[in-house]
Design a protein around this ligand. Structure first.
Ligand SMILES: *Cc1c(COP(=O)(O)O)cnc(C)c1O
Length: 373
C-alpha cells in the first residue's frame, strides 16, 4: 500500500526565509495589531491583486459575513442557500435574521433566481448567495430579482479568491462580498478574511464595526465588535500572496487531469467549466450516481479512505439538515431536491498545491473502480 496521506486541501506554507525578515521588522516596530504597517500593506496589495477598490481585512470569514450583514442593517428574513458551509447561515442567526432556504440551480449548485423570487415575502430584506466551489452565481438574475423587490445582496465568496468573470472580479457584485483566508482555503492568513464593499463610506462602516465602533479617540458611534487581523497574520498573508499563482497552476494541472480522465466514467459527473470564468481551481467535487456507477458515494469515499486518500463530503449534510435549522419551514428536504441530491452524491477530490500527477493518477484509478462492479 502507498503510505502517502493525501488530504482534500493542504495549506501552502510560505517559505520561512521569506517570512522571517518581515517578522523581525514587526519585532522592531513593536506594533502588533490595530491597523498596523503590514495590515495596511496587505489591504493595498489585495486591493490591487483582486482588482477591488474597497477591502477590509478581518479576523476570519465568519466575522466578515456577520459584519457585512450588520453594516447593511437588515431585518426579518434573508433568502439563502442550504448548500454551503454552516457559517453562511450562522451569520444570519448572529444578526437576528431568519434564514429562508431555497433550492439551487442544477448546473452551478448556486441559488436559482426564480426560486429566490418565489420565496420573497414582505419580511425579506436580502439575499445571501454563495459562489460555491468558486463557481459563479447567476449575478445578473439575482440582481434583477433583488432590484425588483428592493433587496440587498451579499455574496459569500469564501471559495472565490481571485475568481474573475469576463475579465472582472467576481467580488464586484451585489452590495458586499466576503472572503475567507482560513488555512484550508486557497489563499490564507492562517485565520482571516475580508469584506469587499462598494464605496468608501461602506468600507469606513466595516472598519469601524470591526474595531468596537470607535470613530475617534473620544467617540464610539455603533456597538461594534473586535474582528481585527493582527500584524503577524498580515505579514504571513503578504508572503503567501507571492506564491498564490504558482500553487494555482499546480491545482489547475491536477483539475485538468481529473476532468480528462473522469469524463468517461459512467455514473460520475462533475461541474462544467464556464466560458469566460477564470477559476482558482480550489475544489474538485464529483457526484456519484449509485444507480449508474454501481457503488454508492459512501462506498467510494471509503475506498479512497482505505488508501489514505481523504476526500471530503462538502457539503453534506445540507445546512438545513442540522439541528439549529431543520425545524424551519424552508428546511424541508422535499422542497430542496437539487441541493439534497448534490449533498447525497458529492465527494470533493483532493486538490492542492502539493499534489503531483502520480497522486492524481492513483485517485483516478480508484474512482474508475475497474472490474469489480
Ligand atoms: C470557510 C467558509 C466560511 C467561513 O470562513 P472562516 O474563515 O473559516 O470563518 C464561510 N462560508 C463558506 C462558504 C466557507 O467555505
Amino acid at each position: 500500500m502507498n503510505e502517502k496521506i493525501i488530504t482534500v486541501t493542504a495549506p501552502v506554507l510560505p517559505p520561512l526565509e521569506e517570512l522571517i525578515p518581515l517578522l523581525e521588522d514587526i519585532w522592531k516596530r513593536k506594533w502588533l495589531t490595530n491597523n498596523g504597517h503590514y495590515h495596511q500593506a496587505l489591504e493595498k496589495e489585495l486591493s490591487t491583486y483582486l482588482n477591488v477598490p474597497y477591502i477590509s481585512l478581518v479576523a476570519n470569514g465568519t466575522l466578515a459575513l456577520i459584519l457585512a450583514l450588520k453594516a447593511l442593517r437588515l431585518t426579518g428574513e434573508v433568502i439563502t442557500t442550504p448548500y454551503s458551509f454552516v457559517a453562511t447561515a450562522h451569520s444570519l442567526v448572529w444578526n437576528n435574521l431568519t434564514p429562508v432556504f431555497v433550492d439551487v440551480d442544477p448546473v452551478t449548485l448556486n441559488l436559482d433566481p426564480s426560486k429566490i423570487e418565489a420565496a420573497v415575502t414582505p419580511r425579506t430584506s436580502a439575499v445571501l448567495a454563495v459562489h460555491v466551489y468558486g463557481t459563479t452565481c447567476d449575478t445578473v438574475g439575482i440582481n434583477s430579482v433583488a432590484e425588483s423587490h428592493g433587496l440587498k445582496v451579499i455574496y459569500d465568496a469564501a471559495h472565490s479568491f481571485a475568481v474573475e468573470e469576463d475579465g472582472e472580479s467576481i467580488l464586484n457584485h451585489g452590495d458586499m462580498s466576503i472572503l475567507s483566508f482560513h488555512a484550508t482555503k486557497p489563499y490564507s492568513t492562517i485565520e482571516g478574511g475580508a469584506v469587499v464593499s462598494r464605496s468608501p463610506e461602506m468600507k469606513d462602516d466595516i472598519d469601524r464595526l470591526k474595531n468596537f465602533g470607535i470613530s475617534n479617540e473620544v467617540n464610539v458611534i455603533v456597538p461594534g465588535m473586535n474582528a481585527k487581523l493582527n500584524e503577524l497574520q498580515a505579514a504571513y498573508g503578504l508572503v503567501c500572496l507571492k506564491h498564490f499563482d504558482r500553487a494555482k497552476s499546480v491545482r489547475k494541472h491536477i483539475a485538468e487531469y481529473y476532468r480528462k480522465h473522469l469524463g468517461a466514467v459512467v455514473g460520475i459527473s462533475y461541474l462544467k467549466e464556464v466560458v469566460g470564468v477564470k477559476s482558482n481551481y480550489s475544489y474538485f467535487p464529483i457526484f456519484v450516481d449509485k444507480a449508474r456507477y454501481g457503488h454508492s458515494r459512501d462506498e467510494l469515499y471509503g475506498r479512497l479512505k482505505e488508501q489514505r486518500i481523504f476526500g471530503r463530503r462538502y457539503f453534506y449534510p445540507l445546512i438545513s439538515d442540522f439541528p439549529p435549522y431543520r425545524d424551519l419551514p424552508s428546511a424541508d428536504r422535499t422542497k430542496l431536491p437539487i441541493a439534497a441530491t448534490a449533498a447525497d452524491q458529492v465527494i470533493c477530490l483532493p486538490l492542492h498545491g502539493e499534489l503531483d500527477e502520480d497522486d492524481a493518477k492513483r485517485i483516478v484509478e480508484l474512482v474508475q473502480w475497474k472490474g469489480e462492479k
